[in-house]
Design a protein around this ligand. Sequence first.
Ligand SMILES: O=c1ccn([C@@H]2O[C@H](COP(=O)(O)O)[C@@H](O)[C@H]2O)c(=O)[nH]1
Length: 235
Amino acid sequence: MTAAERIIVPLDVPNLERAIAQLNQLPEVQFWKVGLELFISEGPPILELLKTREKRIFLDLKLHDIPNTMAGACRSAARYGVDLLTLHATAGRPALQAAQQALEQGAEDAHQPPAKAIAVTLLTSLNARELAFDLQVPIELPEYALKLALLAQESGLGGAVCSPQEAQQLRQICGPDFLLICPGIRPSWATAGDQQRVMTPKQALAAGASYLVIGRPITLADNPAAAFERICGEL
Ligand SMILES: O=c1ccn([C@@H]2O[C@H](COP(=O)(O)O)[C@@H](O)[C@H]2O)c(=O)[nH]1
């Protein structure tokens, strides 16, 4: 896989018109992430648009609910034929298992390839102090992220979203086939913004990330295509 194919760019925009403008600005990007902002605004037609342009799709809905509701949502999402779908590992083992089964069944019923379910461990916008004092989690952050990734793996999911700072440990313990999707990627020339557990693209790949989710350093650049090319060059 080329460096460019390992980069997923989020379509963090409010409507179809802005999404189309971003797709046109970045024709080299093959893998796009559709998150809550755009999906809530535009719904499934945005996925159809990406498919007509033969793009890969990461549907980042971060589902978090009881097992029955997670299964229903995953059965519905399976119809879209996306590549990746996120849910929160903190939904717990029964919900993750129900989600995985429903994705497989839903895909079979819809004659679509099954999406890989990817569990969010701990959002990259959070730091160790917030984990300990706001969320009241009494274990160290790297251990917490690892435990949630293992829970996802044991539940049959295909991978985890984690910070690149945890990627090396997760890669060692979860093995080579478990996908590690890493947001919190910041080239040395970009600002972190609300991301707190960051690494550069090159460091993240060296740590074992399977894919890098890189948004604002590319999409808010004066010339997004040049920023994307610069990052690919750095890899
Ligand atoms: O822990 C997480 C999970 C998801 N994200 C998403 O990734 C992108 C990152 O965008 P940047 O502009 O590069 O910060 C964004 O869509 C988030 O919703 C994350 O950042 N951290």
